[in-house]
Design a protein around this ligand. Structure first.
Ligand SMILES: Cc1cc2nc3c(=O)[nH]c(=O)nc-3n(C[C@H](O)[C@H](O)[C@H](O)COP(=O)(O)OP(=O)(O)OC[C@H]3O[C@@H](n4cnc5c(N)ncnc54)[C@H](O)[C@@H]3O)c2cc1C
Length: 461
């Protein structure tokens, strides 16, 4: 169709997919979604392979992005999973999670929602207060790692005929002419003209986006970096809490440094896993809808916002993770009792502990060789408080895996519709530093997609 508006979306994670859904079947609009990784069926086949036959890159990259093999917890509270509250008017932030949730439900997310029993949640909040912790009440729908790819495949099927998926095609450059987005250039050199560009590259593509943002002259703000460990305990230690809240968000301020320490990504009956990102190996966790382990795991993270002159929090986090990789050939696992006693864990000590590690490839060792004193002290203090909240967390058998690092990518200055200083160039999701979870990533894509739709329909330039 002559005069058709062209939209280029970079990245097919939840943010890119929801942007495409917002533009699906809009007359007069043609959408191309470029994804450097493979399509969902090829990713599933890869994930089923074992050992070296499995390509670790495609666990985070490809149709569905990092969401495809995530734990699939849809956190329905606007305070959690990103910073949309700092861009949007409050009523809109409150409305978006429910809207996004409805879209996930339509493509196969399960009906059950945790955290709805107000009395039980109040009791958890009171118990947290007594333990010197702040409890952030959240409602959660859990898909599970086994269901995520299926749901994301349904989203692909739901796209209208005006959306073309270009899997296996990496965007190398964002094109702009006189301060207005004008297209994308592929790694192979081909250019696609576009009236609107929505960039949704995820954490996987955040390095690339930082470089592109610098080339385009976009101002950016640095975000904090979160450094910590993954804690693994017998599932019964947390059973009462996880049955009520599924995931409890608990915040602690350390006595020695006044650092903010928080629990993150609780995985009841789950598994600890490794995450490989540009040759750095870190820890993460997930759980399945259809199978259970004997353990529950969660991250315990300390937030740091560096002040001038240092401006590379991502580099700092990667440096620490690389140090842990250097001394352990990957990820370190240590019993809490060994850490407190100032000795390394050995495979033999871990084997006779009460918690059987779900990440068998982790090397028993000593986290204090890789993690600065400030982080370790804050984590140890937080574990004491958590033990008062759920007795058993502070057991000497508790396993700590390290290190876990969460980068909020550097974020460009964005308007309340998530548009950058380049007109018609939008930046959404985790890669733009705006979000760090499925619901907010989806919501940010939806917002940008709708704004593009409004402009395209009104022929606004
Ligand atoms: C193990 C694990 C468990 C998780 N569990 C949860 C959970 O339970 N709940 C929750 O809310 N969140 C969870 N998350 C986080 C969640 O997956 C992310 O917040 C979400 O996927 C972010 O969406 P996104 O679209 O911004 O980015 P992503 O999902 O990372 O997708 C970005 C996509 O862009 C592609 N891309 C990057 N650069 C380019 C380029 N130049 N050209 C073309 N394509 C490009 C990438 O290949 C990738 O596929 C988990 C993450 C992991 C890794």
């Amino acid at each position: 169709m002559a005069g058709r508006k062209q939209v280029a979306i970079v990245g097919a994670g939840p943010a890119g997919i929801f942007a495409a859904l917002a533009l699906s079947d809009v007359p007069g609009v043609r959408v191309r979604i470029f994804e450097k990784g493979p399509d969902i069926d090829a990713r599933l086949a890869n994930a089923r392979r074992k050992g070296k036959a499995r390509d670790a890159r495609w666990l985070l990259s490809g149709w569905g992005g990092a969401g495809a093999f995530s734990d699939g917890k849809l956190t329905l509270s606007p305070e959690v999973g990103g910073q949309l509250t700092s861009y949007l008017p409050r009523p809109e932030v409150d409305r978006l999670p429910a809207e996004v949730d409805g879209m996930w439900l339509r493509v196969g997310a399960p009906e059950e929602v945790y955290g709805g029993d107000e009395d039980a949640m109040s009791e958890l909040a009171a118990r947290a207060t007594r333990a010197d912790l702040k409890f952030v009440a959240t409602r959660i729908r859990h898909l599970g790692t086994d269901r995520c790819p299926m749901v994301l495949r349904e989203m692909r099927r739901a796209l209208g005929e005006n959306v073309e998926v270009h899997a296996g095609e990496a965007v190398a450059k964002i094109l702009a002419t006189r301060g207005v987005a004008s297209g994308v250039e592929m790694a192979a050199g081909k250019r696609y003209r576009a009236d609107y560009v929505i960039v949704a590259p995820g954490r996987e593509g955040s390095h690339w986006f930082v470089e592109e943002a610098a080339r385009l002259g976009l101002e950016r703000e640095d975000n904090p970096v979160d450094v910590g460990v993954r804690v693994e305990v017998p599932a019964e230690v947390m059973a009462e809490v996880t049955a009520t809240a599924y995931e409890s968000k608990l915040i602690f301020y350390s006595k020695s440094f006044d650092d903010r320490v928080r629990t993150f990504c609780m995985c009841p009956y789950g598994e600890v896993v490794t995450e490989e990102n540009e040759e750095v190996i870190t820890v993460n966790g997930h759980s399945y809808a259809g199978k259970r382990t004997a353990n529950t795991n969660f991250a315990l993270l300390v937030s740091t916002r560096f002040t001038e002159p240092f401006q590379d929090p991502i580099g700092y986090g990667r440096y620490l993770a690389r140090l842990a990789n250097l001394i352990s050939d990957g990820v370190i696992c240590q019993r809490l009792g060994d850490l407190r006693a100032g000795r390394r864990s050995t495979a033999e000590r871990v084997a006779r502990g009460l918690v059987r590690p779900t990440l068998e490839t982790a090397t028993a060792g000593d986290l204090s060789f890789a993690m600065p004193h400030r982080y370790l002290s804050s984590i140890l203090e937080a574990l004491e408080a958590l033990d008062r909240f759920a007795p058993g967390i502070g057991s000497r058998h508790t396993l700590l895996y390290g290190i876990e690092v969460k980068f909020y990518s550097a974020r460009p200055h964005l308007t309340e519709r998530l548009e950058t200083e380049v007109r018609n160039l939008f930046a959404v999701g985790d890669g733009a530093g705006v979000t760090r979870g499925l619901v907010q990533a989806s919501a940010s894509g939806l917002l940008a997609g709708r704004e593009v739709r409004r402009r395209a329909e009104s022929s606004e330039q």
